[in-house]
Design a protein around this ligand. Structure first.
Ligand code: SAM
Length: 411
């Protein structure tokens, strides 16, 4: 899409084309294009409308029903923050007293819209002209043009004295190829500028890749790792006055449309959140394998809060370098998956296969930490034939490759 096509899609004829494209999107793309062409739509408009309809359909997972009125680019959607995560961040900023916020590199506006929705006045800056125009169109679609305005320009030139908080979510993919960038020094805006913001604006928030090296966390900043339904989605650095602890793991679950707490069409707006916080100094005790094994949420592991979780669960590690926890009782927790262990075996394919046959196990869920085995390969090699389920945990205990045969806790 280019700026001309975006403008065309925003005319009454464009809206009609989008409505028609929404009806046929998701099916065979050639057939969809033919249907629109035979309804009299010019080829360019039909193609642009179909691309938008397809992106809107995909964006439902991140934005819920609001996606139906938004505009996207493929790269902008990939990089956009999920609504549930953006809204939590916005609420925290508001609670911390931020009223005017600069979003430096605002993309198509997912974070800025959430902040505007929370009542903040947001000044977005975006270097890519099409993405900036899309962010402005999304502000209009959300009825938030009075609280979220976008300038096309270079974020590094923004006068931060104009605002009382700054948010930056630097691009972590290369323009053109879309390839992920792992080295923060290649982020855009540049990492030096991004971390330098914390020295200039007392309330600075930075979104970074969840794989961020802990060494790069600015001194005194709070680092938060966020997961949604067990998938690690981002890390956030809360700098200056916004930092309240050293490390935080936030575990979010969105209500599914079938949940009693969620009304139809509003799934993306309901979420449960659990937070675990801690220092960087606690160490989990190391001891034996016990009756229950806990597989901590990736946000807890990345935040280095396994010791804090061990304290909550009265649990220990069985290997100082592997983040499985073991306890005598099954304590319900949102921060880990708990399994009851029935067998602990030194790893041997032959023995494992024989035991699973004896138990008529035909379906296995495989988890692993500290094991080089490939779960799909193992599943194939086990040649299971039974009708019973089991969970396998591949790990090391005291340095030795070990498999735990497990099932969900019964008590
Ligand atoms: C990761 S995206 C932001 C996504 C946004 N937070 C959201 O959730 O929709 C980063 C954006 O920064 C923009 N950008 C990179 N360098 C910039 C600069 N120097 N000035 C302004 N924008 C920049 C990129 O074009 C990209 O759209």
């Amino acid at each position: 899409m280019d700026l001309g096509q975006l403008a065309e899609l925003r005319t009454p004829a464009g809206s009609a084309a989008l409505a028609a494209a929404t009806e046929v999107a998701g099916a065979d793309p050639l057939a969809a294009a033919m249907t629109l062409r035979s309804a009299g739509l010019p080829a360019g408009l039909a193609a642009a409308a179909l691309t938008q309809a397809e992106l809107r359909r995909r964006a439902m997972g991140k934005f819920g029903p609001a996606a139906a009125d938004m505009f996207f680019t493929r790269a902008g959607l990939e990089q956009a923050t999920r609504r549930v995560v953006a809204r939590r961040r916005a609420d925290r900023l508001r609670a911390a007293g931020v009223r005017t916020l600069a979003d430096l590199g605002c993309g198509l506006g997912a974070d800025a819209l959430a902040a505007a929705h929370a009542g903040l006045r947001v000044y977005g800056v975006e270097a890519d002209p099409l993405t900036a125009a899309i962010a402005a169109a999304n502000a209009e679609a959300a009825g938030l043009t009075e609280r979220f305005t976008v300038d096309h320009g270079d974020a590094t030139a923004f006068d931060t004295d104009r605002v009382d908080g700054v948010f930056c979510d630097p691009a972590r993919r290369r323009t053109g190829t879309g390839r992920r960038i792992f080295d923060p020094s290649a982020y855009a805006p540049p990492w030096d500028f991004v971390v330098g913001l914390a020295g200039r604006v007392p309330r600075t928030v930075v979104k970074v890749a969840p794989g961020l090296d802990h060494q790069l966390i600015p001194a005194g900043a709070e680092a938060e790792w966020v997961s949604v339904h067990g998938d690690l989605v981002e890390a956030t650095l809360w700098c200056g006055e916004l930092a309240t602890v050293a490390r935080r793991a936030t575990v979010l679950r969105e209500a599914s449309p079938g949940d009693a707490s969620s009304s139809a069409g509003s799934a993306a707006h309901h979420a449960t959140a659990h937070e675990l916080t801690g220092s960087t100094v606690a160490e989990a005790p190391v001891g034996p394998v016990r009756r229950y094994v806990y597989d901590p949420d990736p946000a807890v592991v990345r935040a280095h809060l396994v010791a804090e979780l061990a304290g909550m669960l009265d649990a220990n590690l069985a290997d100082p370098t592997i983040a499985y926890l073991y306890a005598d009782t099954p304590t319900p927790t949102p921060f880990a998956r708990c399994l009851e262990i029935t067998d602990v075996l030194p790893f041997s394919l032959k023995r494992l296969r024989a035991l699973l046959r004896e138990r008529r196990v035909g379906r296995v869920e495989i988890r692993k930490r500290g094991s080089a085995l490939e779960p799909e390969r193992l599943r194939h090699d086990l040649r299971l034939t039974g009708d019973q389920p089991a969970s396998l945990v591949l790990t090391r205990v005291g340095g030795a490759p070990t498999v735990l045969i497990c099932h969900p806790p019964t008590s």
